[in-house]
Design a protein around this ligand. Structure first.
Ligand SMILES: [Mg+2]
Length: 386
């Protein structure tokens, strides 16, 4: 699209002239235990800043998890060498075309692509003076029910956390499982369900922690708890086995590690392997791809949940705008890391959690205020692409 056509269509836009990338190690408050291993000490995320000729900027974040999607090091390299050079000279208003070009240039790396999609949404919003949810089609719901995951190796610590969360209005809890002997797991589940109380929605997530071999024998014991869903009991590649398991359980099955893309969803639906999916911008490559997944899931009769990785407010914001603009997402969202898990964020104000809901703002772009001094001053590595 030419500059003159863009100017006629949307007024004051200008091309992207510079991109910067920053890698950060973000300390976490406590050890978290999952079926796929511990997260302790800190998480390593990558941040993108785009700058247009008019001076407007846009921020995005790649939050990889090495056992799930990829690594910060690979995403830093993908952004620096393959993806960002390709969007210099482009316009934020051409995002669908720029994102399609990225898929042609580089396989995989959905977290890096999510960072760029988020930064393009932020930049477009700054240039238009409109919130990112406008660029995604308008507002469906600006108050998103928050789910907080319980993953402390010490159950007493999680019981204390549940009490705090209940007092703050949170009514959705997801218990991470798959790391104890089954009989001990059942005792822990009972303790946490009791703490959450009868008015909460409680779910469990195995993060692929069970072998297929005896998953059915263990999971039928969970039916009596009345959990909202059981998430990803074993490795995502075993979709046929997931379909077979689903036939033997009353509790709905939610697929997470099994569904990154539209084609993954197509296969999951074809095998009748799940009742719901978790949509994460870090799996599918950004808010625009996530909204497409939600529409496809709804068409297949599946419910959707707004998942995330170990993200700061920047990626939380991109995911929240996606959900705000999209029908579906009837199982809540889990943008809680900034508020309850990270020692400190790179945003200069608290993330928008209030009374158990994420409250999506109407400020331009993603609506975030990045602490640029800390972003630049505390980065482990950085580069400029221009
Ligand atoms: Mg999960």
């Amino acid at each position: 699209m030419t500059d003159s056509v863009l100017h006629e269509a949307v007024g004051n836009v200008s091309e992207i002239i510079k991109a910067e990338v920053f890698v950060h190690e973000l300390p976490v408050r406590r050890v978290r235990r999952h079926g796929s291993g511990d997260v302790a000490g800190g998480v390593r995320n990558v941040f993108v800043r785009l700058e247009a000729a008019c001076g407007a900027t846009g921020w995005g974040e790649a939050a990889p998890w090495p056992v799930f999607t990829g690594t910060a090091e690979a995403n830093f390299s993908a952004l620096k060498h393959y993806l960002l050079p390709a969007i210099l000279g482009g316009h934020a208003m051409e995002a669908p075309s720029l994102l399609a070009d990225m898929d042609r240039r580089l396989v995989g790396h959905p977290e890096a692509k999510a960072a760029i999609d988020s930064a393009l949404l932020d930049l477009a919003g700054q240039q238009l003076g409109a919130p990112a949810w406008m660029s995604l089609g308008g507002c469906y719901n600006r108050q998103l029910p928050l789910s907080v995951s319980l993953a402390d190796p010490e159950v007493e610590a999680d019981i204390d956390l549940v009490q705090r969360l209940l007092s703050e209005g949170v009514r959705i809890f997801k218990i991470k499982t798959g790391f104890l002997e089954h009989k001990d797991e059942l005792i822990r589940l009972e303790q946490l369900v009791d703490a959450a109380g009868a008015n909460s929605s409680v779910r469990v997530d195995y993060n692929q922690g069970l072998p297929c071999f005896d998953a059915r024998r263990k999971l039928v014991d969970l039916d009596s708890f009345g959990f909202t869903f059981i998430e990803q009991p074993f490795a995502g590649r075993y979709l046929e086995q997931l379909a077979e398991l689903r036939d033997h359980l009353k509790t709905p099955i939610l697929a997470d590690e099994a569904v990154f893309s539209l084609s993954d969803l197509h296969r999951t639906v074809g095998l009748r392997a799940a009742d719901a999916i978790s949509i994460k911008i870090m799996k599918c490559g950004g808010p625009r791809a996530g909204a497409q997944l939600a529409a496809a899931a709804e068409g297949a009769g599946l419910s959707t949940y707004g998942g995330d990785m170990f993200e700061t407010a920047i990626a939380h914001a991109a995911g929240a705008h996606m959900i705000c603009a999209t029908k579906g997402f009837d199982l809540g969202c889990e943008f809680y890391h900034s508020t309850y898990h990270l020692e400190r964020d790179l945003q200069s104000e608290p993330f928008w959690v209030k009374d158990g809901y994420v409250q999506v703002p109407d400020r331009p772009g993603l609506g975030i205020h990045v602490d640029e001094d800390r972003m630049r001053g505390e980065a482990l590595a950085s580069c400029v692409v221009n």
